[in-house]
Ligand binder design. Structure first.
Ligand code: FES
Length: 571
């Protein structure tokens, strides 16, 4: 053994306490060698049948365990709260921080020396990494992999992205209900998570770009045997990082976050990555701010031609060479000397990568979009910032001045969007209030409000939309998100009224409400906080402590690393 492991505080010695710790574990048939000082690898599993993106994890975990045992470790799998995006209401994001607490306390309180984080669906990746980062035990991430490409009537269709398109086609009267249901059958046809470059694929790419996952983690399909081989390799490597004491704080440096932000620009990644990486950085004490997203990502082209920004899907991305090929193509735009979980640097990891399909992963000098990345907007409408993903927006709307059409809640929007009385045309700016972290609560993915039926029927497919909400990573449009401070706390977004002129200037990074300050002051004085839609239990804790979007929407008392000192004995 290379060092005395933390788990020996439970399993070592001959005391009454060590008797208890070992004896109860032996009821599973473990041999004496399991307690002889070899590293214990906790496998944090987000399997749930209610999280369909992670429902194959019961099989995948067996490959991790084989790898652990083969390398001389002892694997113990444990469940944590699984935040499934497709089912959880009011939004999975409300529970990301709760799940991170579960992960953090489960790791710290148990005889664990290193951790494998099994994540897939959107929020499962950040929640696990946030919790593990606050413990700072050796940690490696294994993503579950994307679904195979959807296929509807001979053409590829993408998770989420084509749902928005189909549903607009139904509302515009150019797709039948029967065809809509047939497309539903054709979209999710294998285990795995969303196979567009939505939030799940983005976060799987982010952990690989940060150096917290093995090369290839982002793209192997869930059902590809190479995903299982990767799981085996992760198990083996988990034992290695336990011996080396290679911890998140060694890898998650500011340089690693800068690399990840640039990779996010190159892949046309989700705006949700902004919030999640800010929260993860907060857990490890890295000074990362909203403006770093603009500064690091500016000038990085989007070279991956995947939906929602482009044409292809994760399966195509995998066969083209996956994230290592992208990171190799980025060359000096990345800090190649950054350390990673493999024990090698970023540059060493990606050196063998090849691009097998320059249609899917384009060359840097012939990108999909010259200016990728996330633009951070500021102005009197968003003093603490807002974001937009230019690669998913309409170029002709990137500079726009239009009259506000205001909805005070998502229910208000649903009730009135197709009303003949609604004064809206193709120049309007749709504004949605009270959908931020405290207001929704949980900052729902409702920012990409669908357009009114009568504009869709006229062929209009995009309007400027502004909110304090988030947007699904699979969605697209000229959608300004994460406005901070949010409306429910009395931020300027709460003061917008129908007919106000709003100016969006993405090249100048400006978001301006063109209303005299005296008028705004009068509205501010008359403003009343909306009545809460939920209260009690965890929701009350969340609403009282959640930070705004520009701080990653973490709970204030969870920011920081609390370490992994062995807690006091319980018996
Ligand atoms: Fe789980 Fe999209 S719903 S990844």
């Amino acid at each position: 053994m290379t060092r005395k492991f933390r788990s020996q505080a439970w399993f070592g010695g001959e005391s009454k306490d060590s008797f208890i710790h070992r004896s109860w574990m032996k009821n599973g048939g473990l041999p004496d060698e399991a307690f002889d000082g070899r590293p214990v690898i906790g496998i944090c599993n987000t399997f749930s049948e209610l999280t369909p993106c992670n429902a194959h994890f019961r099989e995948l975990v067996e490959h991790v365990k084989r790898g652990v045992i083969e390398a001389g470790g002892v694997p113990f799998e444990f469940p944590v709260f699984s935040c499934g995006e497709s089912n959880l209401r009011p939004t999975a994001m409300l529970f990301r921080n709760l799940a991170s607490m579960d992960v953090e306390e489960a790791i710290r309180g148990n005889p664990i020396d290193a951790v494998v984080l099994m994540a897939g669906c959107d929020k499962t990746t950040p929640s696990l990494l946030m919790g593990a980062a606050s413990c700072d035990l050796p940690t490696i991430v294994l993503s579950g992999g994307p679904m195979l490409n959807g296929n509807y009537r001979g053409r590829d269709i993408g998770s989420g992205t084509d749902v928005w398109r189909f549903s607009e086609d139904v509302r515009a009267g150019i797709m039948s209900r029967a065809d809509f249901i047939a497309a539903e059958d054709a979209m999710s046809r294998s285990p795995g998570h969303c196979m567009t470059m939505g939030t799940a694929s983005t976060m799987a790419s982010m952990v690989e770009a940060l150096g917290m996952a093995l090369p290839g983690n982002a793209a192997w399909p869930a059902v590809d045997a190479r995903r299982q081989r990767l799981a085996h390799a992760v198990g083996r490597r988990a034992v290695g990082i336990a011996h080396e004491d290679l911890r998140p704080s060694h890898i998650l440096t500011r340089a690693a976050f800068a690399n990840a932000i640039r990779v996010n620009a190159a892949i046309g990644g989700s705006t949700n990555a902004v919030i999640h990486l800010l929260a993860i950085a907060g857990r490890v004490g890295v000074d990362l701010g909203l403006d770093d997203w603009d500064a690091f990502g500016r000038g990085v082209p989007t070279i991956v031609d995947l939906m929602p920004s482009g044409r292809f899907l994760m399966e195509d991305f995998c066969y083209a060479g996956g994230l290592p090929a992208v990171m190799k193509a980025l060359g000096d735009l990345l800090d190649g000397s950054a350390p990673t979980i493999t024990g090698r640097t970023v540059a060493e990891n990606v050196a063998p990568a090849e691009n097998f399909d320059p249609e899917v992963i384009r060359p840097l000098d012939a990108p999909l979009i010259a200016e990728g990345g996330i633009a951070v907007l500021r102005g009197n409408l968003a003093p603490d910032g807002a974001v937009i993903k230019p690669s998913a927006a309409s170029p002709e709307l990137m500079r726009h001045r239009g009259r506000a059409v205001v909805f005070t809640s998502i229910e208000d929007y649903k009730a009135r969007i197709d009303s003949p009385e609604l004064a809206i045309d193709e120049t309007s700016v749709m504004v949605l209030q009270n959908c931020g972290p405290k207001g929704y609560p949980g900052m729902a993915e409702v920012g990409n409000m669908a357009l009114p039926q009568r504009l869709l029927a006229k062929g209009v497919r995009d309007l400027v939309r502004i909110s304090d909400a988030r947007m699904s990573g699979t969605a697209f449009g000229t959608v300004v998100l994460h406005v901070a401070p949010e409306a429910a706390t009395g931020g300027p977004l709460a003061l917008v009224r129908d007919g106000d002129m709003i100016e969006l200037d993405v090249p100048a990074r400006r978001l301006h409400l063109d209303v005299p300050e005296a008028t705004l002051a009068a509205r501010r004085a008359a403003w009343q906080a909306p009545a809460p839609t939920m209260s009690g239990g965890y929701v009350s804790l969340y609403v009282d402590h959640v930070l705004q979007a520009d701080r990653g929407a973490d709970l204030d008392f969870l920011v920081g690393c609390r370490g992994h000192a062995v807690p006091r004995e319980s018996h």
